[in-house]
Design a protein around this ligand. Structure first.
Ligand SMILES: Cc1ncc(C[n+]2csc(CCOP(=O)(O)OP(=O)(O)O)c2C)c(N)n1
Length: 935
């Protein structure tokens, strides 16, 4: 049915006025202290986009469609949603009229007393965030939106009941210069995503003013360039240049020449300057200068008419816009589905005094102007946000459209909940998710964590696709058996992705014949029987057993895809878990995308591998490590393969069970340096904590010289028991790999140092501990598995309990008498030291350096502080001072330099101490017992 465009124009005018009023009101609030930053806003940028957003929201958009828009147009979206009554509470209840009116006055306000507010840019916290992507950083949301479209397609190909909505993105013309958009452009057509429409708000201005694309160099305006770029990348392009007035003028004599001039004759700059000048006589002259043939058309136009025609851009003509938006969804009858890009020609600041003025990006409306705008829409400053009366024609129309939208949104919620229930059922059938994937680590005595990642990914994928392959009568490999079966439902949710580094990061089996994508060509490797040993077959299909999304060298694209797939649990109730493997160094290529994913609350796993200077001979230029602290991200760096197994399994379980608040994004760093895997258990077994039947108070001896019970003669607990205990510590951020507590001669405050080590340097730390032991120093080695959980944002949440309480890395002062006889009535002087910390990691300064400050002891941090060089790991570690010798030297000087602190004990304290000493069992080391320490 043809919409009533007059009525839609009246609604749009009100939305326009309310958009401007939102920004005005936000800037009028009086809760401002001296020196506070401005509130601000972008009336002009909203004005250029408002009509096209009205066409989208009021007419073309289906309820389930996804939308993302340039950030600074957020108020325009809110105002249109307000007309339609689409604000919701977090529990799904729709706002009452009063609540809706109230929230419109709360743009950019802080949410006091639980009061709903609207963020400065589109946000998940907004009451109208349903299927609206967050914005703020331009150039990212449209990319995310593309991958969300892909994720929906993937879900359908894999047998899930998921609708295929349309994905609309609106962006500025300066935004369209963002590299991220150029990076994704070819992908959208290659992946044949016909349900993607991009809309460029072509207002020829950006933040700094009028854009000046060099028409000579570009051989056309920027609109021509955009069209050529998009078409070269497989898109269909529609220019929405002219409104109805222009088209009518083109139909009259001389109109064709006028059309030519308006389409080809003006540079963006020249056109923009005429808009700003607002003088019909100058416009007339400029047109005729370009083509005398236009005289026939222009001669019939009075100045006012000429101005109307000249400024009648398609982006402000609702009818034209509705047609164009609808046309963008049409698909070629033959040939692949094709995305579409609309170049919508608009005027920035249209209807405002600052229209087309170069400095209008954040120009505010004056009091008089806002009054004029409100009055033109039949509104007043007393109640600027009132909605149309329900019994008015506009009100009735909005009620109907709003009700349709609400019903569609609620239906989407129900479908999502049904999927959630189905996922729960499938998971429930498999029983609890195992703690381990049971990879046989013994196969690789010198395994590295990257190797282990490949093993784990391969197993998950093999278990996940077995049934799909078997059902299709294809070679399916070993049928999941025993504990593996418990993984089947989870494994169906897992997929891998990589920006052209899948094979080099060991996930060949996960990729082999499992690349997801349109099968646009016959598989000639199959046809000609071509195979390469140990290499995956990469021909894409959309079969149900596909599990890998392949990317070119496009880290930013891949990162956005990880976010999009990782948001599917939220949107459609199917918690896909994307596992992106990427060279750790290049995570910083996609840092803004990573931030976006985390802000958005997506759940995903990033495997950054290989990482750090441990790359050694492979790439000195690639050695800087991802050391990132952003809320919602948890970072891990396992040393041993077994740790990675536990970490990955736990992360998967938390993701599918939605038990990952504050840690939805998981970053695991791995390396290609082999670590002697049996060092893990051989060291653990030596700890007094893991010895069987150790008599109370008995002390172990590492060497016969120590005295004590010879360690090797005291049996350790069964390995499974040790590992179960250590797993707990690993998953809380760190564990003691070597601890000399309970050994004879171990004397905190005298000869003990805590060595915190992360990742592959564990071997250097152990070698240093051996060497130090020969010199009478007890270096306890704490493997930090998650710097974030132990010392970072996630550790902070419980006051670093694991570090301080469980692992006992604290600032205790270990006291001994300071040379004076103990007399009952004297004040006694004591002296002591705290246990110093030496940390060593392959990463930049700062990663572990706060441990000492957290517990209040001296810390020496060994870290990477300069660009690296090629060489063997031994060379490179030495070069950076993170080798065994450096650790030994650092421990030695930490002990000698740890200042001796003095404490005076009063007679009362002394008496208490004596009473304590009397209770001591024989054989306890001479150090002052724990409960009498200064802290
Ligand atoms: C990545 C990024 N860089 C810079 C900004 C700041 N910024 C916000 S809007 C804008 C200008 C946008 O111009 P354009 O895309 O043409 O949109 P218009 O406002 O003209 O419609 C800039 C530079 C941003 N939000 N994100």
């Amino acid at each position: 049915m043809k919409p009533d465009f007059d009525l839609l124009r009246r609604i749009t005018r009100r939305a326009y006025a309310q958009t401007m009023a939102m920004i005005h009101v936000a800037n009028e609030r009086d809760d401002v202290a001296d020196g506070d930053p401005k509130v601000g806003g972008h009336p002009a940028a909203c004005a250029s986009a408002l009509d096209l957003l009205a066409a989208l929201h009021l007419v073309v958009r289906e309820p389930g469609d996804f939308v993302c828009c340039k950030p600074h147009a957020a108020p325009a979206d809110h105002a249109l949603h307000h007309q339609l009554g689409l604000f919701r509470h977090p529990d799904g209840r729709w706002f009452t009229d009063e609540e809706a009116e109230a929230v419109m006055a709360q743009l950019r306000a802080f949410p006091r007393d639980g009061r709903p507010v609207l963020q400065s840019y589109h946000s998940e916290f907004d009451p109208d965030s349903f299927h609206f992507l967050p914005s703020g950083s331009v150039g990212i949301p449209p990319v995310v939106s593309v991958y969300l479209a892909l994720a929906h397609r993937y879900a359908r190909s894999h047998g899930w009941d998921v609708p295929q909505p349309h994905f609309w993105s609106m962006m500025g013309d300066s935004e369209f210069r963002e590299g991220s958009l150029m990076e994704v452009l070819p992908e959208v057509a290659e992946r044949e995503l016909g349900n993607v429409t991009w809309i460029v708000d072509y207002n020829r201005q950006n933040l700094d003013g009028t854009r000046l694309p060099n028409m000579r160099g570009l051989k056309g305006t920027d609109a021509h360039r955009i069209q050529r770029t998009a078409e070269a990348n497989g898109w269909r392009v529609i220019q929405v240049r002219h409104g109805a007035r222009r088209r009518a003028a083109f139909a009259r004599p001389g109109g064709a020449a006028l059309r030519d001039v308006l389409e080809q004759g003006f540079s963006d700059y020249a056109f923009q300057m005429l808009l700003w000048k607002r003088d019909p006589a100058v416009v007339r002259e400029a047109i005729l200068e370009r083509s005398r043939e236009c005289a026939r058309a222009l001669d019939r136009m009075a100045d006012d008419d000429l101005w109307e025609v000249f400024s009648d851009l398609g982006g402000h003509d609702l009818e034209t816009l509705v047609d164009a938006l609808r046309a963008s969804k049409e698909q070629p009858a033959d040939g692949p589905a094709q995305p579409c890009l609309l170049v919508v020609h608009t005027i920035k600041g249209r209807g405002l005094e600052c229209a087309a003025a170069p400095g209008n990006h954040s120009a505010m409306t004056s009091d008089e102007e806002i009054e004029r705008i409100l009055a033109a829409a039949g509104l007043s400053r007393e109640r600027p946000f009132v909605r149309f009366a329900p019994d008015s024609a506009e009100g009735e129309w909005l009620q109907r459209r709003g009700a349709e939208m609400r019903a569609g949104i609620e239906a989407w919620d129900r479908a999502r909940d049904a999927n959630r229930a189905e996922v729960r059922r499938r998971l429930g059938e498999c029983g609890p998710i195992p703690e381990s994937l049971q990879v046989n680590i013994k196969l690789a005595p010198w395994g590295n964590t990257q190797w282990m990642w490949g093993q784990l990914a391969a197993k998950l994928v093999r278990v996940g696709v077995w049934d799909e392959l078997a059902r299709a009568g294809r070679k399916a490999g070993k049928e999941p058996a025993g504990d593996e079966k418990r993984w089947t439902a989870v494994a169906d949710l897992v997929l891998t992705m990589a920006p052209d580094v899948g094979t080099s990061t060991n996930i060949n089996p996960a990729m082999d014949e499992k690349i997801y994508g349109p099968e646009y060509e016959e598989n000639l490797e199959k046809k000609y029987d071509l195979h390469e040993r140990l290499r995956p077959e990469l021909h894409p299909t959309e079969e149900a057993w596909t599990r890998h999304i392949r990317f070119e060298i496009a880290e930013a694209n891949c990162m956005s895809a990880a976010g999009a797939f990782g948001k599917m649990g939220h949107y459609v109730g199917i918690p896909f878990l994307p596992m992106m493997t990427v060279y750790d160094f290049f995570i910083k290529r996609a840092l803004d995308q990573l931030y976006y994913d985390l802000y958005w609350g997506a759940g995903f796993i990033l495997v950054g591998t290989p990482s750090g200077v441990t790359l050694a001979p492979e790439g000195a230029q690639h050695s800087w490590k991802s050391d990132i602290q952003i809320p919602n991200l948890i970072t891990w760096e396992p040393a041993f393969a077994q740790e990675l197994d536990w970490i990955l399994c736990d992360a998967i379980r938390r993701h599918v069970e939605n038990d990952n608040e504050g840690r939805r994004g998981v970053l695991i760093r791995a390396v290609t340096r082999g670590v002697k895997q049996d060092l893990m258990l051989s060291n653990l077994r030596k700890q007094a904590r893991f010895k069987q039947d150790l008599p109370p108070g008995a002390l172990l001896g590492m060497t016969p010289r120590d005295g004590g019970l010879p360690e090797s003669e005291v049996p350790a607990l069964p390995d499974a028991e040790i590992l179960a205990a250590v797993r707990e510590d690993v998953l809380r951020g760190g564990y003691w790999l070597r601890s000399h507590r309970g050994y004879r001669g171990y004397s905190p405050g005298e000869n003990v140092v805590h060595v915190l080590v992360m990742g592959a340097l564990v071997m250097e730390a152990l070698a240093a501990a051996d060497e130090l032991l020969d010199r009478g120093v007890y270096a306890d080695v704490l493997v930090v598995t998650s710097p974030d959980l132990l010392l970072g944002l996630n550790g902070r949440k419980d006051g670093y309990r694991h570090l301080i309480e469980t692992l006992g890395v604290d600032g205790r002062l270990w006291l001994r008498p300071d040379g004076q006889p103990l007399g009952p009535l004297d004040t006694v002087d004591l002296a002591g030291r705290r246990i110093p910390i030496v940390s060593v990691h392959d990463g930049e300064e700062g990663l572990l350096d706060n441990a000492g400050a957290l517990v209040g002891v001296k810390q020496t941090a060994l870290a990477v502080r300069k660009f690296s060089k090629s060489g063997t790991p031994a060379d490179v570690y030495r070069y950076h001072g993170i080798d065994t010798d450096s650790i030994v030297a650092a421990c030695w000087s930490a002990l000698t330099e740890a200042a001796e602190e003095k404490v005076s004990l009063t007679p009362a304290g002394h008496a208490a101490l004596e009473r304590f000493a009397a209770r001591e069992p024989a054989g306890t080391p001479r150090a002052v017992p724990e409960r009498a320490h200064a802290r």
